[in-house]
Design a protein around this ligand. Structure first.
Ligand SMILES: NC(=O)c1ccc[n+]([C@@H]2O[C@H](COP(=O)([O-])OP(=O)(O)OC[C@H]3O[C@@H](n4cnc5c(N)ncnc54)[C@H](O)[C@@H]3O)[C@@H](O)[C@H]2O)c1
Length: 439
């Protein structure tokens, strides 16, 4: 172990990152920036080709950093998994989606572990970063790796260390966000902590992989439950005519014991929507129903339906039939200022409007050029001008991108549904119906 530790301290290691997506690429880049040779292992040859040409495909990363790190050969990518044996450390950053029945799908982790097992060598440190249910590292990854004949914790080292990246966040990034690490034994934790310290400013060791796996789920369930709470209160506020946004703002002035969460058209992305289901699935094995998780999911996943009702109600006030109403959705990404469409509630709103029989539904999102809804392709309408806005019976802000000119939109739209309080600072907004405002 001391030999491996010394290599880490001298940064005389090669880091491998399996899965070069939203999580893997920034992590790999951070090691390259610190002067460590880093290889990205990817199934998607398109991503590999782009990276090896020095071309960035992640909106949050400065193109110049990718250009520089690939030019000086500290960062490269490959589809050749036999090169896993070149690495001293391997991070697993593959997707953990759910199935159509919302059961965990850890098949990507299994495949990555099997690939690593094929080339596993003595002294390697394996760190799983994909979000998953407690026990995955020890009950699934460990036995696969030990098929190599090497013993975990002695011949090779194994840890779980959850990712906390927040795409679009301008302050908290890969380097300055504290990271938790839990190894399968003391040696594994120590080595994984030392390796992580090269790229991350603050590393927090915990006593086991299961603690690290579970704390990540707690982080995301905490968000899901609190968002559900304000979403429920937003619906109540609509009935009683109180503005939920002002209520949350007022409550936020309490300097302790309160943290603001905001309502919206639902939750999306790869984490908050999916991860809670990992735990509720696992809990059932232990005859345990996670009631908070289920209730939060129910409320959050009902929000696109609630927004559909708001839209239909607004259309009914206009001299146009539902069928012929022209609806423009602004923002398709699952959150503001990012290009990530995964499980976006805006997609669900669009799907519901089409199912409602509204024929003219369009969208505009500067970050998402094309989407597919109900098997049908839609292109983002170009140039968000006053002329374009005037053309629609109703404009719905589903994602509040900063680039939108809300003054111009309010001035020219016949009617607006605002699901994000995007028009907060616009003075003249008589035509705006705000979710959770009751007006
Ligand atoms: N995106 C986030 O904001 C975020 C934040 C925290 C945690 N996470 C978690 O991190 C994990 C990765 O998420 P992501 O957003 O980076 O996913 P992603 O889809 O952006 O990237 C995953 C990449 O892995 C590749 N891949 C799949 N199987 C592979 C294999 N066997 N070998 C090599 N490459 C493989 C895919 O082609 C893809 O490029 C998930 O568990 C997710 O829940 C994501």
């Amino acid at each position: 172990m001391n030999k491996v530790l010394n290599k880490i301290k001298e940064k005389n290691i090669i880091v491998g990152v399996v899965g070069m997506g939203y999580v893997g690429l920034p992590l790999a880049l951070e090691y390259a920036i610190q002067g460590v040779k880093t290889i990205g292992f990817e199934l998607d040859s398109n991503k590999v080709d782009l990276l090896n040409k020095g071309i960035n495909y992640n909106q949050d990363i400065d193109n110049k950093l990718i250009e520089k790190s690939t030019k000086n050969k500290l960062l490269s990518a490959t589809t050749d998994f036999s090169r896993l044996q070149e690495c001293d450390v391997l991070f697993i950053c593959v997707p953990t989606p759910f199935t159509v029945n919302k059961d965990p799908d850890i098949s990507y982790i299994i495949k990555a572990a099997e690939d690593i097992q094929t080339y596993l060598k003595k002294g390697q440190i394996i760190i799983l970063k994909s979000t998953t249910f407690p026990g995955t590292t020890q009950k699934y990854v460990l036995p696969i790796l030990e098929k190599s004949g090497l013993q975990a914790g002695k011949d090779f080292y194994l840890a779980f260390s959850p990712e906390r990246i927040d795409p679009g966040n301008k302050f908290w990034n890969t380097r300055n966000t504290p990271i938790v690490v839990g190894g399968i034994n003391e040696e594994s934790t120590k080595l994984a902590v030392e390796v992580t310290k090269i790229a991350i400013e603050k590393v927090v060791p915990v006593s086991s992989p299961s603690i690290a796996e579970m704390e990540k789920l707690l982080e995301n369930i905490f968000r899901s439950v609190n968002i559900a709470l304000v979403n429920e209160l937003a619906q109540l506020c609509d009935r009683i005519g109180v503005n939920i946004w002002e209520v949350v703002e007022a409550a936020s002035t309490k300097p302790f014991g309160f943290m603001p969460f905001w309502p919206g058209p639902g939750i999306g992305g790869h984490c908050i929507l999916i991860d809670p289901y990992y735990l509720s699935w696992m809990a059932r094995e232990y005859d345990f129903e996670t009631k908070f998780i289920t209730l939060a999911a129910e409320i959050n996943e009902d929000m696109p339906f609630y927004v559909r009702s708001m839209i239909v109600k607004e259309i009914a006030k206009q001299p146009v039939t539902l069928e012929n109403a022209r609806v423009l959705l602004l923002g398709m990404a699952f959150k503001k200022d990012v290009d990530d469409l995964r499980h976006s509630p805006a997609l669900k709103v669009m799907e519901l409007l089409l199912l409602e029989g509204i024929k003219n539904v369009s969208y505009h999102d500067p970050y998402i050029p094309q989407i597919k809804v109900n098997g049908q392709k839609f292109d983002s309408v170009k140039n968000l001008t006053s002329k374009l806005i005037k053309n629609y019976d109703i404009v719905v802000v589903t994602t509040d991108h900063s680039v939108f000119d809300y003054e111009m939109i309010a001035k020219n739209a016949k009617s607006i549904i605002d699901t994000r309080n995007a028009f907060k600072n616009v003075k003249n907004k008589k035509n705006v119906v705000l979710l959770g405002d009751g007006k």
